[in-house]
Design a protein around this ligand. Structure first.
Ligand code: PLP
Length: 389
């Protein structure tokens, strides 16, 4: 069968491939610790579930406007205005089924064939996929360990040119957990104003940050709101990955175009899911705070445990729920070491290379898991790699 060129580069996400392999091992009776899938391990909070169930019972099961329900967009606009300390209008808010359509559709709306798009590498695999589907040229910018996995700004400056249409940022980042410091954002903003490119700021992990850190956002910098798309959502903060609810904040004209793409693709986001989203944002936030505090504890157990294993060198990330240890000392590729750890240690994790070429030499481990599982995983990894020295 032959398919359109625009999808010829699409590949499955590494996490799902590893999940399938580890499930095959489980079918043979092995007990696998799963540190490969990037989602919260807690269930959606009860008040949010109840709001969704109530909405279904009340018949909130019909189409809603493609851009999202007015009430939800108003709450998002109000809370974002407070958070970013700037006026954000509900007309700038586009609700979507998960955050992903708010990555894909603005990309489709902006990128012309041949336009260059700079994106973080190692990074979330959807970025490269959507750039290629839109006909753009993906230009990876290396994230550097020495800078807590922020951009290599010298490399970035050499990559920017008049063909650069869009630059993607993700802070805190998947797969590294790194947070981009304000001075890096300022440097990128000033280049964006000079070269007149757009910024897509994927902030899906911005509420999952440690030590009470306020993660800086590109949209707050002078002159940047008119050229920035903020992508955010409910999946990670409110443990709602399966509900599919996200949003974008962008200039009105672009929001209108994205609305048209939503109209003709998904139609609208589920009615009752949006009502559950209103409850998530306006209901009590103490559960979110408790989960983040717990993540911080798990991060520390994970980082300290890995650093105690000879050969691992692991930074302490400031956000998200991933660690991205350097494993170059083992002299294996990240895929070889990930395989060996799955086979010998019964721990499923991802090779850094599934996040792009600059991810080689690292592994990604998810610590949204119980302390018991994290400790057991570290012990089993330690025993398995012991033989490699
Ligand atoms: N952006 C990043 C960096 C992610 O890691 C993910 C999910 O893994 C998403 C976006 C997608 O979020 P959603 O499940 O809400 O579409």
């Amino acid at each position: 069968m032959s398919f359109a060129f625009r999808i010829s580069h699409l590949e499955p996400e590494g996490a799902y491939q590893v999940l399938a392999r580890s499930q095959a091992l489980e079918a043979e009776g092995r007990q696998i610790i799963h540190l490969e899938i990037g989602e919260p391990d807690n269930e959606t909070f009860d008040n949010i579930k109840a709001a969704g169930i109530r909405a279904i019972a009340e018949g909130k099961t019909r189409y809603t406007p493609p851009m999202g329900m007015k009430q939800l967009r108003e709450v998002i606009a109000q809370q974002s205005s407070l958070r970013y300390q700037m006026a954000i209008d509900p007309d700038q808010v586009v609700v979507s089924p998960g955050a992903k359509p708010n990555l894909f559709f603005p990309a489709l709306a902006l990128i012309e064939p041949g336009d260059e798009v700079i994106y973080p590498n190692p990074g979330f695999p959807t970025y490269e996929a959507m750039i290629r589907v839109a006909g753009g040229i993906p230009v990876p910018v290396p994230l550097v360990e020495e800078k807590n996995f922020s951009f290599d700004l010298d490399a970035f400056r050499t990559l920017v040119n008049r063909k650069t249409k869009l630059v993607i940022l993700n802070s805190p980042g998947n797969p590294t957990g790194g947070v981009m410091p304000l001075q890096d954002l300022e440097a990128i903003a000033s280049i964006a104003r000079n070269y007149n490119f757009w910024i897509m700021s994927d902030e899906i992990y911005s509420r999952i940050a440690y030590d009470d850190m306020d993660v800086p956002s590109m949209v707050t910098l002078p002159g940047m709101m008119e050229r920035t798309i903020v992508v955010d959502g409910f999946s990670k903060t409110y443990a709602m990955t399966g509900w599919r609810l996200g949003y974008g904040i962008m200039p009105r004209e672009l929001a209108h175009k994205v609305q048209l793409l939503l109209t003709h693709s998904v139609g609208s986001t589920a009615n009752f899911v949006q009502i559950a989203g209103i409850e998530a944002l306006t209901g009590p936030q103490d559960q979110v705070k408790a989960v983040i505090k717990e993540y911080q504890h798990r991060r520390d157990v994970m980082v300290d445990g890995l650093n105690a294993i000879p050969g691992f060198k692991c930074l302490r990330p400031q956000g998200a729920f991933y660690v991205f240890p350097n494993i170059r000392a083992f002299g294996l590729t990240s895929a070889e070491l990930a395989d060996l750890i799955l086979e010998k240690a019964n721990v499923a994790l991802l090779p850094g290379s599934s996040f792009g070429k600059y991810g080689e030499g690292y592994l990604r481990l998810v610590y949204s898991n119980s302390i018991t599982n994290i400790q057991m995983a570290i012990q089993q990894i330690g025993e398995a790699v012991n033989t490699l020295h």
